[in-house]
Write a protein that binds this ligand. Structure first.
Ligand code: GDP
Ligand code: MG
Length: 369
């Protein structure tokens, strides 16, 4: 687990690094000043110089900028982040497409819809951010990794089909995550549409509509005919108001990766949903096992932007390797710090993998005996 660099060790013991390297050579270890020594090796070297090694590991916390320094007056309202869930074929994709095309700023000069994993929609009443990963897997995978990126779930239920298996799953997921839910009864244009049945079935699952004296917000829409979308967005913003979503924009950015891909020309790209702070071009960051520097960033219209604040989805260029969905993204002082933290994380990751491997080999060895 713990490790120390030759250079740091020399500094701490007040000896010159080449002296340590010489001792290491005597032990059959070829090392450079930047090399990390494991605790045992460091111990042997230290004894040579009359020191003992205390087990003090590298702590990345010393390098990360603490996040709990917000004063109430620093907290500014931010848009809600919404995930659409529901049974297959109930209209999740159609609804998202319809909402997106209703964006009052969509199609503005130069803006072409880009698939980056999240959309920012400007409505007449306010902004809403949609995660373009409808589906329970993405939601649970993120949550399993400790990433809480969604504020509100929109549960799509087809009016002609009613509550189905994945409807129930979606309800359970959002309940487990403690995320409030807005119901969108879709396909209202269809002949067999029966919204009362949907309401009854959902009421039995504890989601009584407001109009029946319950607490769940319902909207009635047709993604196909683009009807009821304004009302749905209004309901989402109403729910968001209750949540009083706020974040401090005046600090180094933090957030989570919602999607990542490798682009032939542009390298590793990650879509970041900023949870707090403002991200600027040139910022250094660590993200999961990767580090980098924001070389360029783009919004969901493919436009190059120089900075982005809380709840904004941005595609970031400048990762040294491909991040993973759910990875936490944290800005740090400079690239040196970023690289150091990522190196340490990668080293620990390799150790974990090695430990796993050797365990497996031992197990199969014991089994084969
Ligand atoms: P998803 O699996 O939940 O993403 O569902 P899709 O958006 O792919 O929609 C499944 C099918 O339902 C497609 O054939 C859509 O055209 C259709 N559909 C979606 N919304 C509506 C709607 O409001 N009315 C009608 N009549 N059909 C719809
Ligand atoms: Mg779909």
């Amino acid at each position: 687990e713990d490790a120390i660099r030759v250079g740091d060790m020399a500094h701490q013991m007040g000896v010159k690094a080449p002296e340590i390297i010489r001792v290491l050579m005597g032990l059959g270890v070829l090392a450079t000043i930047n090399q990390s020594l494991d605790i045992e090796t460091a111990g042997v070297v230290a004894t040579e110089f009359g020191y003992e090694v205390e087990k003090v590991g590298f702590s990345e916390e010393t390098f990360l900028i603490p996040s709990e320094t917000d004063k109430p007056e620093d907290m500014k309202p931010r848009p809600p982040v919404v995930t659409i869930m529901g049974h297959v074929d109930h209209g999740k994709t159609s609804l998202l497409d319809a909402i997106r095309s209703s964006d009052v700023t969509a199609g503005e000069a130069g803006g072409i819809t880009q698939h980056i994993g999240a959309y920012h929609v400007q409505t007449a009443r306010g902004e809403v951010v949609f995660l373009d990963t409808p589906g329970h897997e993405a939601f649970t995978a993120m949550r399993a990794r400790g990433a809480k990126v969604t504020d509100i779930v929109v549960l799509v239920v087809a009016a002609d089909d009613g509550v189905m298996e994945q409807t129930r799953e979606a309800i359970n997921h959002s309940k487990a995550a403690g995320v409030p839910l807005v119901v969108a009864v879709n396909k209202m244009d269809k002949e067999g549409a029966n919204p009362d049945r949907v309401k009854r079935e959902l009421s039995e699952l504890g989601m009584m509509p407001e109009e029946w004296g319950g607490e769940t917000i319902y909207a009635y829409v047709s993604a196909k005919q683009r009807q009821g979308l304004d009302e749905l967005l209004e309901m989402i913003l109403l729910q968001a108001e209750v949540l009083e979503l706020k974040a401090n924009p005046d600090k180094p950015a933090r957030g989570h990766i919602v999607e990542a891909k490798l682009d032939k020309g542009r390298g590793s790209l990650g879509t970041l949903l900023i949870s707090e702070g403002t991200l600027r071009q040139g910022d250094a960051f660590v993200c999961g096992l990767q580090w980098g520097k924001v070389r360029a960033m783009f919004n969901d219209q493919g436009k190059k932007i120089k900075k982005a604040g809380p709840a904004m989805p941005v595609e970031v260029q400048g990762f040294d390797g491909l991040p993973e969905a759910g990875d936490e993204f944290v800005c740090v002082a400079d690239e040196k710090v970023a690289r150091r933290i990522a190196d340490e994380r990668q080293m620990k990751q390799r150790e974990r993998e090695l430990a796993k491997e050797s365990k497996v080999t031992l197990e199969s060895f014991l089994k084969s005996k």
